[in-house]
Design a protein around this ligand. Structure first.
Ligand code: NAP
Ligand code: EMF
Length: 290
């Protein structure tokens, strides 16, 4: 049993990153609660969580009474409005308070910033997590290993494996040093350029890819011409790969970098993550923007 047994509620625990957090929370010995809608399509995953020991709470976000009663039972809430000891809103990407990006992505980040400001104003203890790029998500998005493509068009900066994002998020959620702080996941082993990533993948697969250069101008034009919300992913690509927003600022004096906070916990390197793609490839996913 883990030393720290805070009860953790994960709202959207059946989601792409949420499911890694549920598994990490159980693995680290926390009594784990998953709030899921009664008509959720994820019954197989919910059964799996239940068999691992999680408590499934059925409810809609608008079910005020149900929500408040479960919030009162737990110590930490990940991704919800709450009456908890600690609240982790659904950030898990670029550090929105430090960057300025193309308008479609900015509008998306502004919504997340609004939630941060409301949490601070309400004096709810928080940890804001900047997880940078979900590693498997972005490798699937850019290298498309499942399609056996010959053409590669993009580039990469900080890539963190989702299993590690799950573990670190559960650790920071219960760590007093991370209370009322921004924690960034920016380990030095996971910063990699587009060309390095492609050449590493070529070496591992024994294949050679055709590289097609897409100019910044073309990407900015797409961000202006694609309909909402398809203009968001292209703006994210621009921010992350052309502007380098996961790396182009210094970590604030008051902020924490996760690998410094936990020197004994190892992040999966990008090299190791590509090995995982060779032998047990994580499935591609598509984030929702509305
Ligand atoms: P997701 O897979 O879309 O998960 C959403 C979960 O929320 C679903 O399983 C569903 O659970 C629940 N849900 C869906 N619609 C809902 C509604 N209308 N009301 C209440 N619950 C609803 O989420 P995700 O893609 O993991 O995204 C989570 C966070 O990570 C977001 O903040 C996103 O911006 C960020 N993200 C970051 C990256 C990156 O590379 N940094 C990549 C992807 C996403 P039930 O059906 O069980 O209720
Ligand atoms: O689809 C995505 O990216 C494709 C280019 C979005 C879901 C990913 C995302 C990434 C972020 O930072 C890297 C959402 C929010 C973020 O802050």
């Amino acid at each position: 049993m883990a030393r720290n047994e805070s009860k953790i509620l994960i709202i959207a625990g059946t989601g792409y990153i949420g499911s890694y957090m549920v598994k990490a929370s159980i693995k680290l010995g926390h009594p784990t609660y998953v709030y899921s809608r009664p008509n959720s399509s994820k019954s197989e995953l919910l059964n799996e969580f239940e068999s691992m020991g999680a408590v499934i709470v059925n409810g809609e976000l608008k079910d005020h009474e149900e929500l408040v009663s479960v919030l009162k039972e737990v110590d930490v809430v990940i991704s919800a409005v709450a009456y908890p000891q600690r609240f982790l809103p659904s950030d898990f990407g670029c550090e929105e308070d430090k960057i300025s990006v193309l308008p479609p992505f900015q509008a998306f980040l502004d919504k997340k910033k609004k939630i941060r400001r409301a949490i601070e104003a309400a004096n709810i203890p928080y940890t804001f997590v900047s997880a940078n790029c979900f590693g498997a998500y972005f490798i699937n998005y850019l290298l498309r290993p499942y399609e056996q493509r010959e053409e590669i068009t993009s580039q990469l900066p900080v890539l963190n494996f989702e299993e590690d994002i799950g573990i670190y998020t559960i650790k920071v959620a219960t760590d007093p040093r991370a209370c009322n702080r921004v924690v960034l996941y920016r380990p030095s082993t996971n910063i990699i350029s587009q060309l390095e990533l492609i050449s590493l993948w070529e070496k591992k697969t024994g294949r050679t890819f055709k590289k097609i250069h897409v100019s910044e101008e073309e990407i900015v034009t797409l961000s202006k011409t694609l309909p909402d919300p398809s203009n968001i992913p292209v703006s994210i690509l621009h921010s992350v790969f052309i502007k380098g927003v996961t790396m182009n600022f210094d970590i604030g004096e008051n902020d924490i970098e996760a690998s410094v906070l936990y020197p004994d916990v190892k992040f999966t390197t990008v090299d190791e993550l590509l090995d995982i793609f060779l032998y047990n490839p994580p499935k591609p996913a598509h984030a929702a923007f509305e």
